[in-house]
Ligand binder design. Structure first.
Ligand code: CTP
Length: 399
């Protein structure tokens, strides 16, 4: 996510400061170089040494440090950073930054940098809701800073409410969005993901091993590029991605309803969901008891959601329609037939038999086929990378 990027991590003095250690590690794991700056308050909660060891760089704490400042270190740091993340950001730091005060290392760097800045406020709910803090946040937004909404839950003070520092993956995603060119700004995307559950009785259902990873990756990557994304997901254990409107459904019929409801104003619709083609004709209202040695379950066809989108494509506006083809044999022929039958802009063909490809894994090797018959064969890539290639294509069709 952050290869070659320098992140300046500002840590201020709230109890969540201890989480800065994991956050610094997470950035480094994703390829970033991390320079930590701590306020005096932060050093009461976590030692600079901890963050120095994790970031493999001296931590800046003192604006008048003769070592760091012999080269005017705060200006150099402000210049070198591709992104500044203040996590946790206390009410005090927010107020100082909003007022333009620069009385310590962190607030001085904040004034000196031209890099994007992400504030991650974390504090007691009443402090967060105080009109003075609200005003600071409002001012910061007006000044062009980004603010990540705190999570709600149990706070360190024992109270319940908003004010928790979001977990590192949420902060990393918000940070990544600030560093990604907004090439899909103003575009609306609908992505379907995951399997469907077709119930036999209240405790059993027919499904498939789809994890939802490909669809969630597409939704996340489109949002990183600035798109407004709606994700319709069948049952998946993946957490709803931040900043993406996620509609959770169970059956193919539910998925059809949700997709058709949202489809109209979309610039692009990408169906990665492994939709059950059939459902039991009758779902028993109580648990089915075993009786005879064999059992036959009549199944009926589910609607083909993508085919119906392909049939009723809007006139006069460009709506890109993308399908996936999950195959175990005759990959190209089968995928090509689906591309034509479902009236798609292109189809992503997936060989389920290949290791490292298809359901549940983090990688995928796919072939992209367009209506001219051209085939683009992608190497084994992470699902995020596959998503990026698919979005590049959607972007070029849209433009
Ligand atoms: N799809 C859909 N509704 C269905 C079945 C599939 O919208 N009832 C979509 C999938 O999301 C995918 C594409 O159609 O984008 C192809 O799905 P796939 O399961 O590969 O093929 P099917 O069309 O179901 O055909 P078959 O199962 O016979 O291979």
């Amino acid at each position: 996510m952050f290869n070659g990027k320098s992140i300046l991590l500002g840590v201020s003095g709230g109890i969540a400061a201890y989480k800065a250690a994991e956050l610094a590690r997470s950035f480094i794991r994703e390829g970033a170089g991390v320079q930590v700056v701590m306020t005096a308050g932060a050093q009461r909660f976590i030692t600079p040494l901890t963050l120095q060891v994790l970031s493999e760089q001296p931590v800046a704490t003192d604006l008048f440090d003769p070592g760091l400042e012999s080269q005017i270190g705060h200006i150099q740091m402000a210049r070198a950073a591709h992104l500044v993340v203040v996590a946790p950001a206390t009410a005090n730091v927010l107020a100082k930054a909003a007022a333009g005060l620069a009385d310590d290392y962190l607030t001085t760097v904040l004034l000196a940098t031209t890099a994007p800045v992400l504030f991650c406020p974390a504090m007691n709910t009443r402090m967060l809701e105080h009109p003075a803090t609200r005003r600071s946040l409002e001012t910061l937004r007006q000044l062009g800073y980004s603010v990540l909404e705190p999570d709600a839950g149990q706070l360190a003070c024992g109270e319940e409410g908003a004010g928790r520092l979001p977990d590192p993956p949420v902060i990393l995603e918000a940070a990544c969005r600030l560093l990604t060119p907004p090439s899909l700004q103003g575009r609306r995307f609908l992505v379907s993901a995951g399997p469907t559950w077709e119930p036999l009785d209240p405790v059993r259902f027919i499904t498939n091993p789809s994890s939802g990873k490909m669809g969630f990756a597409l939704a996340r990557m489109a949002a990183r590029r600035g798109a407004e994304v709606t994700l319709v997901s069948g049952p998946s254990s993946l957490a709803s991605p931040t900043g993406i409107s996620t509609v959770r459904v169970r059956t193919a019929l539910d998925m059809e309803q949700a997709v058709l409801e949202h489809a109209r104003n979309m610039d692009a619709i990408i169906m990665t969901a492994a939709v059950g083609d059939y459902r039991p004709a009758h779902a028993a209202s109580q648990k089915i008891k075993k009786s005879s040695d064999t059992m036959t379950i009549p199944l009926i066809r589910n609607p083909d959601i993508l085919a119906s989108l392909g049939k009723s494509r809007p006139h006069g506006v460009r709506q890109v329609l993308v399908g996936f083809a999950a195959e175990t044999e005759h990959l190209i022929e089968n995928a090509r037939e689906k591309l034509i039958q479902k009236n798609l802009d292109f189809i992503v063909a997936n060989n389920l038999g290949e290791s490292g490809s298809g359901f549940g894994v983090d990688t995928n090797r796919v072939k992209i086929i367009d209506p001219t018959g051209a085939i683009e064969e992608l190497p084994m890539l992470t699902k995020d990378e596959v998503a990026a290639r698919i979005l590049d294509r959607v972007e070029s069709i849209l433009s």
